[in-house]
Design a protein around this ligand. Structure first.
Ligand SMILES: Nc1ncnc2c1ncn2[C@@H]1O[C@H](COP(=O)(O)OP(=O)(O)O)[C@@H](O)[C@H]1O
Ligand SMILES: [Mg+2]
Length: 282
């Protein structure tokens, strides 16, 4: 067999085993940095050579388009209403990421009728076919949307800060996800960390109760230091890993992206993610 034939065969094989990895970024409390983490992680995974889609599933306060200064003509609400195809609302960001803009104040997934839900899922399955990784910003709390998207993802990145309220709320989300049958790999990422010691203490507190009371092994996704550059980048409406690639927050996030790309973190599942979303409701 010629080298070209071999390469073609390998490519065909890769097509078969290729599976889209979905990462849901979630939290108990709002304002802990989820949207910024989802966005910047998507940018880094794209820079690492993955085809990446970023789905704004925070139907309460969708704002990823604002973070990247994208001009959005239509969003998920139009897809759900059957007025647009998903392909028409996807925005190709200059960094290579495909953004699916969300809609604020949108009816909860649970309130969609069967027709709306199945057409949304059919459209989202298309997104899965065209990407290696889908990063989902789920919004905060334990509403049906969050449980749906986080409950069916391959990995769930729970974001917390060292504040006691954030710690208890992060635990509450982990508990509800677990009780609802979520068997995704759950990791904890500590944002706004003062230093490594504080981040470790926060991780240990949550991981200990998750293990003792739920029997859940919570992976350590590391931490992101509190960094004024994050806010500066938001004002510039640019991802901080692009606006300030060498700032502390960017370095911390790069460590997480490297961990994810090294295998370990990216688990392979065979079933389509959005089909699992559909099952979650049935
Ligand atoms: N590591 C960080 N250091 C400093 N400020 C941060 C950091 N991460 C996020 N922020 C700030 O926190 C605010 C909330 O972030 P956001 O990503 O919108 O949170 P969420 O999506 O969880 O509500 C933003 O204004 C952002 O500037
Ligand atoms: Mg947000």
């Amino acid at each position: 067999m010629s080298a070209e034939d071999q390469a073609a065969k390998l490519r065909a094989l890769m097509q078969d085993v290729r599976h889209t990895h979905t990462i849901a970024v979630t939290s108990g409390k709002g304002g802990v940095g989820k949207s910024n983490i989802a966005l910047n992680l998507a940018v880094l995974l794209s820079a690492a050579g993955n085809r990446v889609a970023l789905l704004d599933a925070d139907f309460g306060l969708a704002n990823l388009d604002v973070l990247v200064d994208a001009t959005v003509r239509a969003n998920l609400a139009h897809v759900i209403a059957g007025q647009r195809k998903l392909a028409d609302v996807v925005v190709d960001l200059p960094c290579g990421v495909q953004l699916v803009p969300g809609a604020s104040g949108l009816a909860q997934m649970a309130n969609l009728n069967d027709f709306q839900r199945s057409s949304l899922i059919a459209e989202l399955t298309e997104l899965e076919e065209n990407n290696d990784v889908i990063v989902i910003d789920t919004g905060a709390g334990i509403g049906k949307n969050v449980l749906t998207f986080a409950g069916t993802a391959d990995s769930v990145l729970v974001v917390a800060t060292a504040e006691p309220t954030s710690i208890t709320d992060a635990y509450a989300v982990i508990k509800v996800l677990h009780q609802q049958g979520c068997r995704a790999r759950m990791s904890l990422l500590v944002n706004f960390a003062a230093d490594r010691t504080e981040a470790r203490a926060t991780y240990n507190r949550i991981a200990t109760v998750a293990r003792e009371f739920l029997g859940v092994s919570l992976y350590d996704a590391g931490y992101i230091l509190a960094d004024p550059r994050v806010s500066l980048a938001v004002r510039k409406r640019q991802p901080y890993v692009l606006a300030y690639p060498r700032c502390q927050a960017s370095r911390c996030l790069a460590a997480l992206a490297t961990k994810l790309c090294r295998g370990g973190g990216l688990l392979v599942r065979n079933e389509s993610f959005f089909k699992r979303v559909a099952n979650w409701f049935s």
